[in-house]
Design a protein around this ligand. Structure first.
Ligand code: HEM
Length: 449
C-alpha cells in the first residue's frame, strides 16, 4: 500500500499537460485542450522547467478561434517584437535583439517595409515557375519511391523530407546539392527539445559546393553538457550565417531568376536596399519556416489518409477534390501549434485581465478545433466548407509561404494517390518532442500500386 502511494504519480492539471513538450511524443492532448477551451477563451499556464528550458513567468494560452484572431489582428497591443514570438524568452537582451532582426519578430511599421519588399519579390512569373518546378520535384520523388506493385517506405524521411528542401532551394536560388544543410539547420532550431534533432547532420559535404564546405567548417559541436549552443542566437548558427553571406555575395554578382535574387535587386520607397544583415536573417527565417512546417504537415496529411481510407479513395476517384482536402488535412493536423505575442498595455481578452508585459500564446491547434466555428471538429471531412482554419496565422504576419505550401501538398498527394490503390501503416509512427511543432519523425507505411 505504502509502496503504491510512493509510486503513484499525482494527477496533472490540463494546463500542465498542454505545456509539457514530452507529452507530445504520445500525441496532442486534444481532450485537455477541449476542456480548457470550454471553460474559458483564455487560460493561465505555468512555465515549469522542462528539458533544459528554464522556468518562466507563465503565459496566457488563447484557446478560442475568435480570441486568437483578435490577438493576431492587433500587433500594437500584442507585439511580436517586445519578447519575440516563441514561448521561451530569449536568454539575454542580446539574444532578444538578435531574433528581432527577423521580420517574424518585428511589428508594423518596421515589419511592413520588409514584408512589402518580399511580397513584391514573389512576382507572378517567379511563382508560376516555382509551381512548375514543385510539380516536377513531387513527380521525381514519387517515381523514386513508388516503384513496382507494392512496397514499404518511411513516408517522413523518404517522401516528405525532400520536397520542401527542393522547393526552398529554388526559392532561395541555392544550389540543390547543398539543400540538406537546410534540413540540419531547421532540425537544430525546431528540435532543440529533442535529442534526435538537436545534433542533426544529414548533409554530405562530399556532395555539396565549396561554399557549403566553407560554411560547414564553422558548424558548432555539443558543449560539455552534451547540448548544442542555443540555436536562437547568432553564435548557435555560425554555419548558416556564413552560408547566407556567401550566397548573397554570389547573387549580387550573378543574379538568377529566384525570389532572393529579385529581393536583393529591389529598391524600396526610400531608395534603400535589403542590407546584408537583413538578407542573412531572411535566409534564416525561410530555411526554418519553409522546411520544418511542411516536413511535418506532409506526414500529418498522410496520417489523415491512413486513418480515413474512404477519403483517400474518394480523392483517387475525383482529384478535383484535392484543394479542399488539403485545407482539411492542414486543419486536422495543424503543423504549427502555437505562436507568442507580448501585451504592450493592460487590457482585457476574452473576459480576462491581461497585464502589460504578459506573454500571450495563441493555440492554432485549439482554435482549429473550436466547436463554435467547426461542426464536429475532431472529424476529418474533406468536404468541409467553409474551412476558416488558422493554420497559416492571421493578420500582418500571415504566412508568406502559404500558397507554396498548399501547392506542395496538392502536388505530392496528387502523385501519391495516382500511383497507389491502398496505403496502410507498416509500423509505429514516431512524434517530435515539442510543444511548438506537431512533428513526425518516422512514418512507416506500406502501399499497393
Ligand atoms: C504547412 C506549412 C506551413 C505552415 C503551417 C506555416 C505556418 C506559419 C504561421 C502560423 C506563420 C505566422 C507566424 C506569426 O503570426 O507570428 C507563418 C509565417 C511565415 N511563414 Fe509559414 N508556414 C508554412 C509554410 C511556409 C513556407 C513553405 C514558407 C516559405 C517558403 C513560409 C514562410 C513564412 C514566413 C517568411 C513567415 C513570416 C511572415 C511575417 O513575419 O510576416 N512558411 N507561417
Amino acid at each position: 500500500m505504502g509502496r503504491q502511494m510512493t509510486t503513484a504519480r499525482p494527477a496533472r492539471s490540463d494546463t500542465e499537460v498542454v505545456f509539457d513538450p514530452a507529452g507530445y511524443v504520445d500525441g496532442v492532448p486534444f481532450e485537455a485542450l477541449a476542456r480548457l477551451r470550454a471553460a474559458a477563451p483564455v487560460a493561465w499556464v505555468a512555465e515549469t522547467p522542462v528539458l533544459g528550458w528554464p522556468a518562466g513567468p507563465g503565459f496566457w494560452l488563447v484557446l478560442r478561434h475568435a480570441a486568437v484572431e483578435s490577438v493576431l489582428a492587433r500587433p500594437q497591443l500584442f507585439s511580436s517584437a517586445r519578447g519575440a514570438t516563441q514561448i521561451r524568452d530569449p536568454a539575454t537582451p542580446q539574444a532578444l535583439g538578435y531574433v528581432r532582426q527577423m521580420m517574424l519578430n518585428m511589428d508594423p511599421p518596421v515589419h511592413s517595409r520588409l514584408r512589402r519588399l518580399l511580397t513584391r519579390s514573389f512576382t507572378r512569373r517567379a511563382v508560376a515557375r516555382l509551381e512548375d518546378r514543385i510539380r516536377g520535384h513531387a513527380r521525381a520523388i514519387c517515381d523514386r519511391v513508388f516503384t513496382g506493385p507494392r512496397g514499404e517506405c518511411d513516408f517522413a524521411k523518404d517522401v516528405a523530407a525532400d520536397l520542401p528542401l527542393l522547393a526552398l532551394a529554388d526559392i532561395l536560388g541555392m544550389p540543390p546539392q547543398d539543400r540538406w544543410l537546410l534540413f540540419d539547420w531547421s532540425n537544430r532550431v525546431i528540435g532543440y527539445q529533442d535529442p534526435d534533432y538537436a545534433t542533426s547532420a544529414e548533409f554530405d559535404p562530399a556532395a555539396g559546393t565549396p561554399m557549403a564546405r566553407q560554411a560547414l567548417a564553422l558548424r558548432p559541436v555539443p558543449g560539455r553538457a552534451g547540448r548544442m549552443p542555443d540555436p536562437r542566437t547568432r553564435e548557435g548558427m555560425p554555419d548558416l550565417y556564413a552560408y547566407a553571406h556567401l550566397l548573397a555575395e554570389d547573387k549580387r554578382g550573378h543574379p538568377g531568376d529566384d525570389v532572393m535574387s529579385i529581393l536583393l535587386a529591389q529598391v524600396d520607397d526610400d531608395g534603400g536596399q535589403v542590407s546584408v544583415a537583413e538578407f542573412e536573417n531572411m535566409f534564416w527565417l525561410f530555411a526554418v519556416a519553409g522546411n520544418e512546417t511542411l516536413r511535418n504537415g506532409l506526414p500529418g496529411a498522410c496520417i489523415a489518409l491512413l486513418e480515413h481510407p474512404g477519403a483517400a479513395d474518394e480523392l483517387r476517384g475525383d482529384p478535383a477534390l484535392m484543394p479542399a482536402a488539403v485545407e482539411e488535412m492542414l486543419r486536422w493536423w495543424t503543423p504549427v501549434m502555437t505562436f507568442r505575442r507580448t501585451a504592450t498595455a493592460d487590457c482585457e481578452l476574452g473576459g480576462q485581465r491581461i497585464g502589460e508585459g504578459d506573454k500571450v500564446v495563441v493555440s492554432f491547434t485549439s482554435a482549429n478545433r473550436d466547436e463554435a466555428v467547426f461542426a464536429d471538429p475532431g472529424r476529418f471531412d474533406i468536404h468541409r466548407h467553409p474551412n476558416p482554419h488558422l493554420v497559416f496565422g492571421y493578420g500582418p504576419h500571415f504566412c508568406l509561404g502559404a500558397h507554396l505550401a498548399r501547392i506542395q501538398m496538392r502536388a505530392l498527394f496528387d502523385e501519391v494517390l495516382a500511383r497507389t490503390s491502398a496505403l496502410r501503416y507498416a509500423g509505429e509512427p514516431a512524434y517530435l518532442r515539442s510543444n511548438f511543432q506537431r512533428g513526425v519523425k518516422k512514418l512507416p507505411i506500406a502501399w499497393t500500386g
